[in-house]
Design a protein around this ligand. Structure first.
Ligand code: ARG
Length: 565
């Protein structure tokens, strides 16, 4: 369909006088296909031509020389709507999908430049909570979406592995724990002593001083303090690894906050040299318009979250020369990102506009809100494991003879959680509910996966191999549901572009549900395994094209597509 858009742009360029590239940018793909396959809005000509957009649209419509692939041109208000010839669409879409298969929707080369995506980024010695899960799955999906468009992505897990909390942890460990306990109980124990530290510090403020001293020691390279810190980090990473493995997610870099420890001095000096800093009550700050100041160093000289983020941004620009650097975190961190993006701008770096914060809403459980403070380290792992267990029960009930039940339950259970995190616009808060997440008939991951499995089962029953499905008589595909399905399949590329432009994996999640619905309508209306070989092949071509498209859309979300379930 993209090719037709380009051809159409050329036609429109001729009659409007704008360039073909500009025309192509203006052409829209209406989400409601009753409005045509392409639409051209005429608002922008009103000023130059001194006429109303509606009049311009109607005059232009008269002038159009209809290319062959266009069946109908219609003027509605300020728009010119184009309806592509059905057979042409069906042919183009099926040819493309059947040729590209697993590659359908994905750019052949990654030559559009680098995009850095900073996501997941949990804090060492603290639980990996459900907010980090959201960051992880959204970041992973954006990674795949941008790669599909031809960018080279660099996924960075900006671990929270530096900061005053490690000073606290060292004190807490020395006072309240033992080597054996930490080794045996892992993060659980680290969290217990961290919480205890806070309780004790309420009545004994000298603990806080001790903690600060220990963090300063770390910043100054004290071997003992650093050995403990390294140990805490290893323990945490091992536990995080388990969750990443369940989600099948990996990173290109684990350079977290600590990585910037020896790189901050240079940056602070640059800030001083550029006369941006100011001392306020012993701390070094940068004043900003309409925002509270950005803290660069504390009274005792130690660095802050923002200091490390400013340094990281400079390092990443130097190392990766990114086109964009995207940060996926909870909305609560909005101010932090606005502040440090502003600092980069004030430093005179034009690329500050390429720093993008992608914020998301909170997740709450049916029984009240989920927070780190509730202290359940294993919460996330438990949720994932529970999803798998519940899915297995559903499989036992619906399809007890299924092979690889275990594997399918993993793919479906975990896929369900991932899907739920991205089905709505990500800024929205989510109310987590098992019933909603695992509903095979709702707008859910399992519903999409189930549709994929159904399509696979039709193909299996046909006794034909994918390679047999060729030389299709496209003029047999004329009924409304079939054409609607093909158009939906053909819209995949424009959906990927939209998802990237909006930083919204939900565009893909919704698309996948709509595609599944289209397939199910088609399946309901048409017998596929008919005696007429030509017709059977034509309909199977739709089945197979749907399979590839669903599978690839789920992949963009980080969800697996089992062939049977
Ligand atoms: N560790 C932080 C947290 O858990 C998130 C870090 C996000 N990335 C960044 N570059 N600040 O809240």
């Amino acid at each position: 369909m993209e090719d037709y858009k380009i051809q159409l742009a050329a036609v429109l360029a001729k009659i409007t006088g704008i360039s073909a590239v500009e025309a192509e940018e203006l052409i829209e793909v209406p989400s409601n296909r009753d409005m045509g396959d392409f639409a051209f809005p005429c608002f922008r000509f009103a000023k130059i031509l001194k006429k109303s957009p509606n009049v311009i649209a109607s005059e232009l419509t008269e002038k159009i020389v209809k290319p062959q692939f266009i069946e109908r041109v219609e003027n509605v208000n300020a728009y010119i709507n184009f309806y592509v010839d059905k057979t042409v669409v069906v042919q183009a879409v099926l040819d493309k999908v059947l040729a590209e298969k697993d590659g359908y929707g994905f750019a052949a080369k990654k030559d559009k430049g680098n995009i850095v995506i900073d996501y997941s980024s949990p804090n060492i010695a603290k639980p990996f909570h459900i907010g980090h899960l959201r960051s992880t799955v959204i970041g992973n999906s954006l990674y795949r979406i941008f790669e599909a468009l031809g960018y080279n992505c660099i996924g960075i897990n900006h671990l929270g592995d530096w900061g005053t909390q490690f000073g606290k942890l060292i004190v807490a460990y020395e006072k309240y724990s033992t080597k054996e306990d930490v080794e045996q109980k892992g993060i659980q124990e680290l969290l217990r002593i961290y919480v205890k530290f806070h309780d004790e510090a309420k009545s004994d403020p000298s603990l806080e001083d001790l903690a600060r001293e220990n963090f300063t020691k770390m910043e100054q390279g004290d071997a003992n303090a650093l050995a403990l810190w390294r140990w805490f980090k290893e323990i945490s990473l091992k536990e995080f690894e388990r969750v990443y493995k369940m989600l099948d997610i990996s990173f290109d870099s684990l350079n977290g906050e600590a990585f910037y420890n020896d790189k901050m001095d240079r940056v602070i000096k640059e800030l001083d040299d550029k006369k941006l800093t100011k001392i306020s009550e012993g701390a070094k700050i940068i004043e900003l318009d309409n925002m509270s100041p950005c803290l660069i160093t504390k009274k005792d000289g130690s660095s802050l979250y923002a200091t490390r983020d400013i340094t990281a941004a400079l390092y990443r620009k130097e190392t990766y020369d990114f086109k964009k650097c995207i940060y996926v975190t909870a909305l609560a961190q909005n101010l932090h990102f606005s502040q440090f993006f502003k600092v980069i701008e004030k430093m005179g770096y034009a690329w500050s506009v390429d720093l993008v914060h992608v914020p998301f809403g909170m997740v709450s459980m049916e029984t009240g809100s989920l927070s780190t403070r509730s202290g359940n380290v294993l919460l996330l792992e438990e949720i994932l494991a529970e999803a798998v267990k519940k899915t297995k029960e559903i499989i036992e009930e619906k399809n007890p003879n299924l092979e690889n039940k275990e594997e399918v339950a993993q793919d479906v259970g975990i896929g369900a959680i991932i899907f739920d995190d991205m089905y709505n616009t990500i800024i929205k808060d989510i109310q987590f509910s098992w019933e909603k997440v695992l509903n095979f008939d709702g707008e859910t991951g399992p519903y999409v996966q189930y549709t994929y499995a159904r399509a696979n089962s039709v193909l299996r029953k046909s006794g034909m191999a994918i390679s047999d499905i060729e030389n299709i008589c496209v003029d047999l595909i004329i009924d409304e549901q079939s054409v609607a399905l093909v158009k939906q399949i053909g819209a995949f590329n424009s959906m990927i572009t939209e998802a990237a432009e909006k930083y919204e994996p939900s565009v893909i999640a919704r698309y996948a549900v709509n595609l599944a619905k289209c397939f199910n309508k088609f399946y309901h209306d048409n017998s596929i395994l008919v005696d007429d070989m030509k017709l059977k092949k034509a309909r199977l071509a739709l089945v197979v094209s749907t399979m590839y498209t669903i599978k690839n859309a789920l992949w963009l979300l980080g969800i697996k597509a089992p062939k049977q379930m």
